[in-house]
Design a binder for this molecule. Structure first.
Ligand code: PLP
Length: 393
């Protein structure tokens, strides 16, 4: 019998949804680098898609995982017994958030955080309509898919949730559409998959006030833009506008699967009556994931990593200058580098991979290269990464 390679087995037995998976085999990762089974090393310019904000294999995170694994793994479904990693992490998160965001419901993923938030908004308001944005990404489960801002990805899976209205980010139309029947408005504070679109401050303020006037809950999805990615711990801190419900995921787990929807104790309490157990999960808030996530958040704060994001963002801007680069959009180290077409992007990404640079494109902006490295990336590696990109253009 001929032994198959892991790549062949990957294509045969691991369900594929990408017609062209990168398919390089990873055998290790450390700091801002990935190591391939072919002996090559790659600068990681996407950090697991905004997950590995403190870099790969941070010793504090690895130790937290080991210690918790020695103590206990799964013991009981969510919310029945006191598990110190969950409790401590929820307390830490609350301490870094506005006072009304003091109650954390942990989930397994960002998509599940979205689902929980939509249910909470309906339960609290007794209303069902949802307003969201074109080019928005909130996950891939059916509820989250219903509010995804692109018909191409929605159309094969209908019927989806009724009562959903899509409008342009930053548009007056979106604010005008919010009315007494709206349960919630859900937006990414900074749109990620749209290719990094920042909100207009006055728009966010006007949206907040329209939500208040119509008893509509405002949900900020910071699954991609939270945890220092944009140069502040939370994206909304750039704008002085606060949500009623905050969604976190990705970097929340420090490399382990974890999501959360966070609101006030008062709003969350509605999920305990009519029906009781208004939202349940077996694994959400897994103790190992919470231990890892808390260790990662502590590193992020103690090592003052976020403080250096603006200077690293500026360095990328100063280096990414080339006639083939149409524009560079960014908020912190969430950056989108525009080329003239999606084809140019895919060709460039392929050459970059060959030269040891690992990056990607954006779901709703395929003519942009994604630049979202670990926030800990060194100046030297930024220079190396940009030199590779320029040499591939
Ligand atoms: N929301 C945003 C803004 C995201 O970027 C993502 C994932 O890319 C999600 C939600 C969904 O998270 P997950 O893939 O963990 O379900």
């Amino acid at each position: 019998m001929i032994n198959k390679t892991n790549r062949q087995l990957f294509l045969e037995h691991v369900a594929q949804t990408s017609p062209t998976p990168m398919g390089i085999e990873i055998v290790g990762a450390e700091g801002s680098y990935l190591f391939g089974s072919d002996g090559k090393q790659y600068i990681d310019l996407i950090g697991g898609i905004s997950v590995c904000n403190i870099g790969h294999k941070n010793p504090a995170v690895v130790n937290a995982i080991k210690e918790q694994a020695e103590a206990y793994l799964h013991v009981m479904v969510y919310g029945e017994v006191v598990q110190s990693p969950q409790v401590k992490y929820a307390e830490l998160l609350a301490s870094q958030l506005p006072a009304h965001l003091d109650c954390v419901y942990f989930t397994n993923s960002g998509s599940e955080a979205t689902e929980g938030a939509l249910k909470l908004a309906r339960r609290v308001t007794g209303k069902s309509d949802i307003i969201c944005c074109n080019k928005a990404y909130h996950g891939n489960t059916l509820g989250a898919l219903s509010i995804m801002g692109d018909e191409y990805w929605r159309n094969a899976f209908r019927p989806l949730l009724p009562g959903v209205g899509h409008y342009d980010f930053n548009s007056r139309e979106l604010i005008d559409a919010v009315n007494e029947n709206t349960a919630c408005v859900i937006i990414e504070t900074i749109q990620g998959e749209a290719g990094v679109i920042v909100p207009d401050n006055n728009w966010l303020k006007a949206l907040r006030s329209k939500c208040d006037d119509t008893c509509t809950l405002l949900i900020f999805d910071e699954i991609q833009c939270g945890f220092g990615r944009t140069g502040k711990m939370w994206g909304f801190q750039h704008y002085n506008v606060e949500p009623d419900i905050l969604l976190l995921g990705k970097a929340l787990g420090g490399g382990m699967p974890l999501g959360a929807f966070i609101s006030s104790h008062q709003l969350m309490a509605t999920l305990t009556v009519n029906p009781v157990l208004g939202h349940i999960t077996t694994f959400g808030g897994h103790p190992v994931c919470c231990a890892a996530g808390m260790a990662a958040m502590n590193v992020l704060m103690q090592d003052a990593i976020i403080e250096h994001v603006p200077e690293k963002e500026a360095l990328f801007h100063s280096l990414l200058k080339h006639p083939a680069i149409v524009s560079v959009r960014s908020k912190g180290l969430l950056m989108a580098v525009e080329l003239d077409s999606a084809t140019s992007v895919s060709q460039t990404l392929k050459s970059c991979l060959d030269k040891g640079l690992f990056s990607d494109w954006f779901l709703f902006a395929p003519e942009y290269i994604r630049v979202a490295p670990p926030l800990t990336i060194s100046e030297e590696d930024i220079r190396k990464a940009c030199a590779i990109i320029l040499s591939c253009l």
